[in-house]
Design a protein. Structure first.
Length: 147
């Protein structure tokens, strides 16, 4: 089930974040993202224990783009459509609440699963961001326009 996050979820989201990324956002950054745009912070729970197995968060930029700040799904729960549903949920909230027409995100050039997910949702690579990540890896800027 996908639902809006509440403040008490942030600790579990941070534990998930650490399992998903080698350069995780600090808990305080996740809290800040939640506090800035609580209506754009969603979690996926598993059916039985109601553990958080995925999350997505985003913000609205000054230029009007909806920005996907972070998404991850627990390794054990991947390839079940959770990532896609999280993306569709946040895009829908950006569209209906903030009237967003354009979406953007950054992704590591090596992150094939994520790039494939975004392409399947209509995102296209716009530019390569040299040394975008802390370890020096390049990123891709990907965007999607819906209106
Ligand atoms: C990227 C991520 C969120 C995808 O989550 P997920 O729940 O596994 O994705 P879904 O099951 O919804 O997959 C949707 C589509 O994405 C593509 N995809 C997802 N994982 C893929 C993989 N490992 N290889 C190829 N394509 C993949 C497929 O097109 C898939 O559709 P299909 O299963 O019908 O073929 C997940 O792999 C993850 O958390 N990765 C680590 C964190 C991360 O990299 N986040 C993105 C940072 S920019």
């Amino acid at each position: 089930m996908i639902r809006r996050a509440v403040k008490d979820d942030i600790r579990s989201v941070y534990e998930l974040e650490k399992r998903c990324f080698k350069d995780p956002y600090p808990e305080v950054v996740l809290l800040m993202l939640y506090q800035l745009y609580p209506e754009l912070f969603f979690v996926a729970e598993n059916g039985i224990e109601k553990n958080i197995v995925g999350y997505v968060s985003g913000m609205i930029r000054m230029d009007g783009f909806g920005h996907i700040a972070s998404i991850c799904v627990d390794e054990k729960y991947r390839r079940r459509g959770i990532g896609r549903r999280l993306m569709e949920t946040i895009e829908s909230a950006m569209r209906t609440i903030f009237k967003v027409c354009n979406f953007r995100l950054e992704v590591r050039v090596s992150n094939e699963p994520a790039i494939k997910l975004y392409e399947s949702l209509g995102y296209r690579i716009i530019s390569r961001l040299k040394g975008y990540y802390l370890d020096g890896e390049d990123g891709y800027l990907m965007t999607k326009t819906i209106c």
